[in-house]
Ligand binder design. Structure first.
Ligand code: ZN
Length: 138
């Protein structure tokens, strides 16, 4: 079974799944989204919780090797039990976690996404930002 893939590192929270999957499918122009879920994943990665970070890395590496995703989304969401911090802190956690994931897989586009209080997706950061602007001048 072939197809084009994106990969999302997300919380286990059911409210955060479909908004992220839909965002990645649409904005990444992919058919399928591999999911790596961990309670409060943005906080786990930004705080560098060793064992859990390794587990996330191992699962992410499996997805990257198997499916060559065109982008990896690093996600957090409002009202998170696993990472119970204010939204502004989620934004910082997502930025830090995205930077770490980008260090792991520098060849892959990494976007940081936040599912806000209204259930819609805010893009916090994007390693490909600026590339489109640059292209338009060439
Ligand atoms: Zn959560």
């Amino acid at each position: 079974m072939n197809g084009s893939f994106g990969t999302a590192i997300n919380c286990i929270d059911g409210r955060a799944q479909l908004p992220v999957i839909e965002w990645v499918k649409f904005n990444g122009s992919v058919q399928f989204v591999d999911l790596i879920t961990e309670p409060g994943a943005d906080g786990v990665l930004s705080r560098g919780q060793t064992g859990k970070t390794e587990q996330i890395y191992t699962r992410l590496n499996t997805s990257v090797q198997a499916h060559s995703p065109s982008l990896i989304a690093v996600c957090g969401h409002a009202d998170c039990v696993g990472n119970p911090v204010p939204n502004e802190e989620h934004h910082r956690d997502i930025e830090e976690a995205s930077a770490m994931v980008s260090d792991w897989f520098p060849a892959v586009r990494v976007v940081g996404l936040f599912v806000n209080d209204f259930g819609s997706v805010d893009k916090i950061c994007d390693t490909s930002e600026g590339i489109d602007d640059l292209k338009s001048y060439l």
